[in-house]
Design a protein around this ligand. Structure first.
Ligand code: AHR
Length: 312
């Protein structure tokens, strides 16, 4: 309709000419790569001049990038913080320079006054959803769980662990027997799963794998197959992200469930910046994205086809 069209034109005019720095963590997972693609697409669509910096998994590189954005006098900064701590000083510097900072997909342990808003999912809830799925699926069966954690010190690794533990608490038949970081990567997920399998009688003592992201689960599935076991049957697999490849694994019966995390964090972030630019509207401190559970009952092959084009 005319109203919608006018709104759209006005929206894009608002962002037009804005210079925004984006400090990305790196490219550890399929989800992360999609977030980068979508951020660039969103910027282009809105006429935002995006200054992109890849931190190669290092916080020090992110801090350097933020300082360089501040020195350039950008209009705003987007940052996906690799770890939760150690941000106060550089966020103070951005605040002093009156440059709004928006956190994407991960949270920080810093005062909320130091950033404009955080676009994230409820990371504890994601872990809880995964844990509740396992509680329901395992029933009364005794179940030894192995856990592949995300990057040490990152908010998703901390919170997804917490949420999952909360969900299985009080269910004495469910026990986490091994837990180690797989750095959110396929390679490390596979490597650590191999060591879990070796340590647990070739995998015979393992009933389920909980991975903090799909990429680690995909790597672990390979390790399970190489150990002569059937992922999805001998060892249940539940993870987080809902990237296309996990749906292929689910369609093949090799993964069981995943919790969706949208890679489009930039859309709501740019919306917030546009509203702020227009009339000074401050967004809420937390813009929460949805967390949806997918299981093998959700036609994984179809979801795979649908997801493929969406930044992946
Ligand atoms: O912060 C979000 C997490 O980071 C995603 O779940 C994971 O795939 C990524 O690397």
């Amino acid at each position: 309709s005319a109203t919608v069209l006018a709104g759209c034109m006005f929206g894009s005019a608002m962002a037009d000419g804005m210079v925004v720095g984006f400090s990305q963590i790196g490219s550890e997972s399929g989800w992360r790569a999609a977030e980068t693609t979508l951020t660039k697409q969103q910027a282009e669509k809105r006429g935002v001049d995006l200054k992109f910096a890849d931190a190669q998994q290092k916080q020090e590189n992110q801090i350097k990038a933020l300082r360089s954005f501040i020195a350039q006098g950008v209009d705003a900064i987007l940052v996906a913080p690799v770890v939760a701590t150690g941000w106060d000083e550089v966020l103070e510097e951005a605040k002093d320079a009156e440059i709004p900072v928006i956190l994407l997909d991960r949270t920080v342990d810093a005062s909320k006054d130091l950033y404009m808003t955080a676009v994230t999912s409820d990371l504890v809830h994601e872990g809880k959803v995964a844990g509740e799925w396992l509680v329901k699926t395992a029933g009364d069966k005794s179940c030894n769980i192995v856990e592949l954690q995300g990057t040490t010190g990152s908010s998703p690794a901390i919170d997804r662990k917490k949420g999952f533990e909360e969900a299985i608490a009080g269910h004495d038949n469910l026990k986490i027997v091994r837990s180690q970081t797989g750095d959110f990567t396929r390679t490390k997920g596979k490597e650590v799963m191999e060591s879990f399998l070796k340590a647990e009688d070739g995998g015979k003592n393992i009933c389920a794998l909980y991975a903090h992201n799909d990429d680690m689960a995909v790597g672990a599935i390979q390790a399970i197959k190489e150990a002569g076991l059937k992922p999805g049957t001998d060892i249940l697999v539940v993870s987080i992200d809902a990237v296309p490849d996990i749906f292929l694994a689910m369609a093949a019966g090799e993964a069981n469930a995943t919790v969706e995390l949208t890679p489009n964090m930039a859309g709501p972030a740019f919306d917030a910046l546009e509203a702020f630019k227009k009339d000074g509207t401050m967004p809420p401190k937390w813009i929460q994205t949805e967390s949806k559970l997918y299981t093998q009952a959700d036609d994984p092959q179809k979801v795979y086809e649908e997801k493929k084009g969406l930044g992946y």
